[in-house]
Write a new protein. Structure first.
Lengths: 524, 267, 288
């Protein structure tokens, strides 16, 4: 009888002792490490691909991975990397400089349009990579490049001899099972230069965050990488030790107005949006403290600009201003008048505009609703339009048929160069007026000059000064009304040891080299 | 059974009255945010508590019910008008015309209308008011929902066409128009009325489903669907009052169904 | 009617419906706003040239005539295209998820009929048991009055699967229809005669009530299957079940043309077949 009971108990499904379990909210769009553009794909790449240099998500310092060491020339145009020796790919071939050269050749292939490749490129062109010997490579940039070593964090080293791509690499894990839309199972890679303690990672594709939390509470998942503020509060009240707030991220939520001359909106509205006083008044009328307190339950920081206070190196100290009275005065000085509770411009047009944002994001919909109320107090009528993401992209990037938009910016790298393709006036992702042939205003021309200058400088103090000035211009002109920086909220079960959640993605499993499960600890 | 129908009608009347008179009895408007008390528990000031932005749940529930009670019957009427015309023609004419219309009805039942709703939403002008936007949604639901009622009307008209009094009228030289207006339509009217009563709760539920999927009404106008969406992430065990909109929805839809005469199956 | 005659009578109609439904969904997917928009364009790392190249690529790959031509040719080799949003061949995606949805639907139908019939038989037999009948009708009415999406959410929180939600959606409909049908059967003159002649209740039920009603019952099953397929989309989307319903929802949100067209064709096939079965099995006088 006891034996029978034991057999029944043993037959019950239990988590494998050395298996970490968490979920991604969507199927990775690609498993090609050079084409990674979405978070789920980034997560898989992070866990399965080897890189030369890795950024520590906690300290933001560069750490050697497949590179043993590196040296940057004084003019910041050359980096010489010495590779670790004795490493072999899963196909048995040795890891040499030829693989590094081949990896970069593939990355810089024009037909790929890799976003990672674009990060290496400057106005003067792409860098050249050459092998010095079997275990050393040199990369030469056409112009001085600040923070060169940070660029390598996202470049996977692939085997030059692999016939099929993507092929197993030198990352800590290999893909053992992949059922699209259902799950991905990773197993420890025997070829990894440093073996992670956890043997298996089971990643389920779980779009429903409530279900993800339910499964976490039931013990079916060990980590939740990103929690919404509602679910964080719920978990914190039910399982206090499991909810972790790792502090402000570099991401930000922001609102901007459509200032493109070809925008399909009335001319009088274009005139409003182009007025600095109008934009600043709108910014001053929004209560960012309330947004952080009510929507994010205190787990966010009001933003005065695109750089988070947690980014201690680059943050240029300033507090956002909330002063509806001053906003009203500024608008009055511009010729706007309050009539029957509604604001009208000097031509008598009622001040009304629509904010478009993506459907499905409760936080963003709530932000829009609160902004609607804040602006109603100064007589501005706001219509909130939630669209599915493809329709939204169509409006803000192609047809330019929108008036204002509310979106979030996911900041992968705290370095200012990560904002290059947003702040440069010629950039396609320049939110308020994309792809300008020449800067439409003097302040945009100044931002262009400063951003390009800091990207080519190797002197941190000079770069800081230049980027500080960029931040000042953004505050003065308010083309992007930055609202808040959300905190990194995640969940770590008691089963996991040494998780060390960080503000940068991936928040919970970035430190796979040290993460362990308590069952493993007991055995040790 | 008639007592049950009376009770259902009374409940409907009560809910409708409460919803329509909301501007008079509600403490504040549905969009006002009491930001110092978000997610508040029920109290004297807020009988159903407040939502995540500090808005009075009871007020929003009343206004949301108003939206459904005003627009769902309009959508149902539109559906039944279409069904009357198309189903009537199909049943009356018979033959190829009937086949074509029923083919079209089957086609309407198989197309992915959810996708059309997503597409129409995306096409609306930016400054369309939330009220107009939700009205358009209901009109679309009404315009697309004719297929099933049309089949029923077609069957009813076809059956009537073979009935003795119609045959007699035709034998006596009654014109088609007179036949339609004096004999067919008055006899099909009860079927149409039943279809309207069936369609109303269907459209209330359809809007609620769309709202829960994130395709509902724009802020700040509440609808039953957008209010129900707040259930996602809520702790229903600790905060059972959040189920109030679900209860109202079930009561409304159930009352509409009970008002319909139950089929008498005694022989 | 034999199966062959059924196919003959309805086959052409079903084929035409499926073809038009597939074409219509393709047109909707291609020409709805956002059809050629690519999320990758918003990547802040991309330079202007790369964004322009992505846009050109998207425009070129979204030609509807080219897609339809490729699709029809591919059908011969059972190549249903490639899903950009799911990063997998459409055939593989459908094959993986078909089982989950079918299994759920069949279990829900079986459960719905078991429970629905189980409750309907006493209600039909004992017409004067008003308390029982009213209680069942009220419970069915409540379930019919709650949207499938809400039922899905509540069941999700309670830890129930999407099959349970489908069961709750289908059972009240099956119960109400079965009750009426069986009551008509019990009220027939020959049943009274059989009872007067001392025939047992079980035999009356099986031979004289259920057997004559089997045709319309099958019609109910077909109609319920059709309703179930439609309800699968919100249910699987909310319960996050890896079935065809969730796939259809993801395809709609991502404007995934190949996936949308294929799923529409499948849903159209099941729905029209179910309607054809229901129509052919419905009583003669109802089909005029």
């Amino acid at each position: 009888m006891k034996r029978g009971l034991l057999l029944v108990v043993l037959a019950l499904p239990v988590a494998a002792q050395n298996e970490l379990r968490f979920a991604l909210h969507d199927e990775p769009k690609t498993l090609d490490p050079f084409l990674v553009a979405d978070e789920p794909a980034e997560a898989i790449r992070y866990l399965t691909e080897g890189v030369l240099i890795r950024i520590n998500r906690r300290t933001q310092q560069s750490e050697a991975e497949l590179a043993k060491s590196w040296k940057i020339s004084p003019d910041s145009r050359r980096i010489t990397i010495e590779l670790r020796s004795g490493l072999r790919f899963p196909d048995g071939s040795p890891f040499t400089s030829a693989d590094v050269v081949k990896s970069f050749e593939r990355l810089f292939d024009g037909s790929l349009h890799s976003p990672i490749a674009d990060a290496f490129q400057s106005a003067k062109g792409r860098p050249k990579v050459a092998a010095l010997n079997d275990h050393a490579v040199v990369m030469e940039f056409p112009a001085p490049t600040g923070s060169i070593e940070r660029l390598f964090d996202q470049v996977a080293m692939v085997s030059a001899r692999a016939e099929h791509r993507p092929a197993p690499g030198l990352g800590p894990y290999l893909i053992a099972e992949h059922k699209p839309g259902v799950r991905i199972v990773l197993k420890r890679n025997p070829s990894a230069w440093k073996q992670p303690p956890i043997e298996t990672i089971r990643i389920d594709i779980e779009q429903n965050r409530d279900l993800e939390l339910l499964r976490f509470r039931r013990g079916e998942l060990d980590l939740i990488d990103k929690l919404t503020p509602d679910l964080y509060e719920r978990l914190a009240s039910e399982l206090p030790g499991s909810a972790v707030d790792a502090g402000p991220t570099s991401d930000f939520e922001f609102l901007w107005f459509n200032m493109a001359p070809q925008a399909a909106i009335p001319e009088y509205k274009k005139a409003w949006f182009r007025s600095v006083a109008f934009r600043k008044a709108i910014s001053e009328a929004i209560n960012r403290d309330d947004l952080c307190r009510v929507i994010y339950r205190g787990h966010a920081t009001p933003a005065a600009g695109p750089v988070s206070p947690s980014n201690q190196v680059w943050f240029h100290a300033a507090r956002p201003v909330f002063d509806p009275a001053d906003a009203t005065r500024s608008l009055a000085a511009e010729g706007f008048r309050l009539q029957n509770g509604g604001l009208r411009d000097s031509a008598g047009n009622a001040v009304e505009f629509a904010i478009v944002t993506n459907a499905g994001s409760k936080s963003r919909e709530r932000i829009a609703a609160m902004i609607q109320q804040d602006l109603a107090k100064i007589g501005v009528k706001v219509n909130v339009v939630t669209l599915d993401f493809p329709s939204l992209i169509e409006r803000i990037t192609r047809s330019l048929n929108y008036e204002a938009s509310l979106l979030g910016f996911v900041n992968i790298d705290p370095d200012p160069s990560a904002l290059m393709n947003v702040l440069l006036s010629s950039a396609a992702n320049h939110p308020w007026n994309p792809s300008e042939k020449t800067p439409a205003t003097e302040w945009e021309a100044e931002i262009d000059r400063l951003m390009l200058a800091q990207a080519e400088s190797s002197d941190l103090r000079v770069r800081k000064k230049q980027f500080d000035r960029v931040q000042e211009i953004l505050r003065e002109q308010s083309p992007m009304i930055c609202l808040l920086h959300p905190n990194a909220l995640s969940a770590v079960s008691a089963r996991v040891a040494s998780a060390n959640p960080a503000p940068s993605f991936p928040h919970t499993f970035w430190d796979f080299g040290h993460m362990m499960l308590h069952s493993m600890n007991a055995r040790r | 059974m008639s007592r049950l129908r009376v009770a259902a009608l009374s409940v409907l009347a009560l809910v409708t009255l409460a919803a329509m008179l909301a501007p008079f009895w509600a403490r504040s408007s549905y969009e006002v945010q009491f930001r110092e008390t978000p997610d508040a528990r029920p109290s004297w000031k807020f009988p159903l508590g407040t939502d995540a932005l500090g808005r009075d749940r009871l007020t929003r529930l009343a206004y949301g019910t108003r939206v459904s009670l005003l627009l769902a019957p309009a959508a149902a009427l539109l559906t039944c008008l279409e069904a009357a015309v198309l189903g009537g023609i199909a049943g009356f004419a018979g033959g190829r015309i009937r086949s074509i219309i029923l083919f079209a009805a089957d086609l309407f039942l198989t197309l992915p209308w959810l996708f059309l709703l997503i597409a129409v939403r995306a096409c609306l002008p930016l400054n369309t008011s939330p009220e107009l936007s939700v009205a358009i949604t209901f009109v679309l639901l009404g315009a697309l929902g004719w297929a099933a009622p049309a089949r029923i009307v077609c069957a009813a008209v076809a059956k009537l066409r073979q009935s003795d009094f119609i045959l007699q009228a035709r034998a006596m030289g009654c014109s088609r128009a007179r036949l339609l207006m004096r004999h067919l339509i008055p006899n099909v009217a009860p079927v149409l009325l039943a279809q309207i009563w069936i369609a109303i709760p269907v459209y209330i539920l359809a809007e609620a489903t769309l709202g829960m999927l994130g395709l509902g009404v724009a802020e700040p106008l509440p609808s039953l669907g957008s209010i129900l969406r707040d259930l996602q992430g809520a702790n229903l065990v600790a905060e059972p009052w959040q189920l109030a909109p679900a209860v109202v929805l079930a009561v409304l839809a159930g009352a509409f169904q009970l008002v319909l005469p139950r089929e008498d199956y005694s022989v | 009617m034999t199966a062959l005659r059924l196919v003959g009578k309805y086959g052409l109609r079903i084929a035409a419906l499926i073809a038009i439904a597939g074409l219509a969904s393709g047109v909707l997917a291609r020409y709805a706003p956002g059809a050629v928009a690519d999320e990758r364009e918003l990547d802040p790392r991309l330079r202007a040239e790369s964004v322009a190249a992505l846009r050109a690529e998207a425009e070129a790959s979204h030609s509807l005539p080219a897609f339809l031509g490729h699709y029809v040719r591919g059908l011969i080799h059972m190549d249903l295209g490639f899903s950009r949003s799911q990063n997998a061949p459409v055939r593989e995606l459908i094959a993986d998820r078909c089982g989950t949805t079918l299994r759920g639907l069949l279990l829900a139908l079986a459960g719905g009929f078991s429970i629905g019939l189980g409750l309907a038989i006493p209600a039909a037999r004992f017409r004067r048991a008003l308390v029982y009948d009213t209680s069942c009708a009220v419970l069915a009415g409540i379930l019919l009055s709650v949207p499938a999406a809400l039922l899905a959410y509540v069941c999700l929180m309670a830890g129930a699967s999407s099959t349970v939600v489908l069961l709750l959606v289908l059972t009240p409909r099956i119960f109400l229809f079965s009750r009426n049908l069986l009551a008509q059967g019990y009220g027939a003159a020959h049943v009274h005669m059989a009872r007067a002649r001392g025939v047992g209740e079980l035999r009356i039920l099986v031979a004289h009530v259920v057997r004559p009603a089997s045709g319309p019952m099958l019609a109910v099953a077909a109609a319920a299957a059709s309703i179930g397929i439609g309800a699968c989309i919100p249910i699987e989307a909310i319960c996050d079940t890896a079935g065809l319903g969730r796939l259809a929802w993801q395809a709609a949100m991502a404007r995934d043309l190949p996936l949308l067209v294929n799923l529409t064709v499948i849903v159209a096939l099941v729905t029209t077949s179910a309607m054809a079965v229901a129509e052919s099995l419905a009583p003669q006088e109802a089909r005029s």
